[in-house]
Design a protein around this ligand. Structure first.
Ligand SMILES: Cc1cc2nc3c(=O)[nH]c(=O)nc-3n(C[C@H](O)[C@H](O)[C@H](O)COP(=O)(O)OP(=O)(O)OC[C@H]3O[C@@H](n4cnc5c(N)ncnc54)[C@H](O)[C@@H]3O)c2cc1C
Length: 485
């Protein structure tokens, strides 16, 4: 039995490993000359290395289990360590907070830095855990489009306790009620951005996300995020998967309502099953032009995108860690600007510095700053202008908070914006996570991992398991394995 996978993003790599393990003869066709899709890297000539896309690694056991599935010890070829500090938070008024992974240490830090009793924060963390326990496995690990996924005791349990899920309230309203303190509300609201959503609109059920970060921890793969791509690519090769890079698939061939292969570079390649790891929107638009797509594919709102400045900095900043957030003083207005297709003049800035954990990523005495803000998906905005003013605002903000003019320390710069994200990965409108989860019923609107009209056609990756990034892409590959079975 032969399987063709379109795309070597993290979802495509994972599904190729799973199918090879099931005995399929797997071939992967990838448009780029490298694997990983969004999870790739860039290098500068003056000695800086940057992970190009994802920087936060949670739930590493979903990567480890792929090695175990193939009879390998994950630690032999792919290693990661848990972070003591998940993220350092900075506010304009001088407040700083280190979010320790260990909860008791974090509660103590809240007491010290904010001067408040952490009991409300503790309760909000408990609320996050309860939401995860009630719904996590149902929504994360099961194909929602199979009836059998709903026929279980845990679904019944969740239905009986639906009032605990806050589905019909916004995340922000739930957080305001639970936490009261504006900085802690902001801390919890920010988790909406982990799937490209807006906390003032998205359902309160997304308050499940803090539990992922503080229960399962944040991790750093040895060698940087790119090690995930490299590790899985090599694992796939060891399972006999064949990769064809620089090969952009043009069509999925359908005969008698059955996928029978693909067309690539003018040639037809036959297969018994076809799996698309390409974003579901262009999969229908470009590879399946004759097939009617479910209306949600084109109508669902896209998730937000990102504007990233990869800065080589000729100085080290001891107050910064691997993950750092400089909060906007105008958080609601920032999301309103994004919803309106623009960028607020006081954006929340995220700086990831992998050289803190992997010193080889920057020359001695320097740091590699992956400086990112959330921006809208590409809707034809004047990006060149938006980028110029965002750059100025980011530099002013970070310089203000760190008390140092950072512009004069930038010795390398590269930029990623929504247009480039789309160009490099075919992700519609440059959205990071497929569709947004702003709609209260978003979780139910995701596309199935299989086609209901075409036999032997499957889908995996972020756009069919929106939100959450890498772990959910890996889970979507697991679901494909289940439905192929
Ligand atoms: C800037 C940024 C920051 C992020 N931060 C995080 C984070 O901190 N943590 C996290 O977990 N997630 C994060 N994410 C999200 C995460 O990167 C994605 O969820 C995940 O990498 C998507 O993987 P995928 O397999 O769905 O698709 P992609 O990575 O988009 O890969 C799809 C692949 O298909 C290929 N392809 C497309 N069309 C064709 C075709 N016609 N023929 C052949 N090949 C084709 C593309 O070239 C690409 O390689 C971030 C993303 C970005 C861009």
């Amino acid at each position: 039995m032969k399987a063709i996978v379109i795309g070597a993003g993290i979802g495509g790599l994972a599904v190729s490993i799973r199918l090879a393990q099931k005995g399929y003869d797997v071939e992967v066709y990838e448009a780029n000359t490298y694997p990983g899709g969004k999870l790739s890297e860039i290098r500068s000539e003056n000695g800086f290395r940057f992970d190009a896309g994802p920087s936060l690694f949670t739930m590493p056991f979903y990567v480890d289990e792929l090695f175990e599935l193939c009879g390998e010890q994950p630690g032999d070829t792919f290693q990661h360590e848990e972070l003591d500090i998940v993220c350092n938070y900075f506010w304009e008024d001088g407040t700083r907070l280190s979010a320790y992974s260990e909860k008791e240490k974090l509660y103590h830090e809240i007491e010290e830095q904010l001067g408040i009793n952490p009991n409300r924060f503790r309760a909000a963390m408990d609320d996050s855990r309860i939401k995860y326990e009630l719904t996590g496995r149902i929504f994360l690990e099961r194909p929602l489009h199979l009836v059998k996924s709903w026929l279980s005791w845990d679904v019944l349990k969740a239905i009986f306790q639906i009032y605990k899920l806050d589905i019909f309230k916004s995340m922000h309203d739930v957080n305001k009620q639970l936490l009261r303190h504006p900085k802690l509300v902001q801390f919890f609201d920010r988790f909406a951005t982990y799937n490209g959503s807006n906390p003032y609109q998205a359902s309160g059920i997304l308050n499940i996300i803090p539990h992922f970060e503080h229960h399962f921890g944040a991790h750093f793969p040895k060698g940087g995020m790119i090690s995930i791509t490299k590790g899985l690519h090599q694992l796939a090769i060891r399972q006999g998967v064949q990769f064809h890079f620089g090969q952009k698939v043009e069509r999925i061939i359908i005969e008698n309502e059955e996928a029978v292969g693909i067309s690539v570079s003018g040639a037809i390649k036959s297969a018994d099953i076809v799996i698309s790891n390409m974003d579901i929107y262009p999969t229908y638009k470009k590879l399946l032009p004759q097939q009617k797509a479910p209306s949600a594919v084109f109508e669902n709102e896209r998730s937000s995108s990102a504007l990233i400045f990869y800065w080589g900095i000729d100085k080290t900043f001891p107050e910064l860690d691997l993950h750092n957030i400089f909060f906007s003083d105008h958080y609601k207005a920032e999301f309103e600007s994004i919803a309106a297709g623009g960028i607020h003049e006081d954006p929340t800035v995220y700086i990831n510095i992998s050289s803190k954990y992997h010193p080889k990523d920057a020359p001695e005495g320097c740091e590699n700053w992956f400086t990112m803000i959330n921006v809208p998906y590409n809707d034809g905005q004047d990006w060149d202008n938006l980028i110029q003013s965002a750059r100025k605002n980011i530099i002013r903000k970070v310089s203000r908070i760190l008390g140092e003019d950072i512009e004069k320390h930038i010795i390398f710069e590269d930029i990623l914006d929504p247009r480039k994200i789309e160009l490099r990965t075919s992700s519609h409108a440059g959205a990071l996570y497929g569709t947004a989860s702003n709609d209260r019923m978003a979780a139910f609107k995701r596309h199935a991992n299989f086609s209901s009209s075409v036999k032997n056609l499957y889908f995996c990756g972020g756009s069919v398991h929106p939100g959450g990034g890498i772990p959910l892409c890996l889970l979507s590959a697991k679901m494909v394995e289940q439905v192929v079975r």
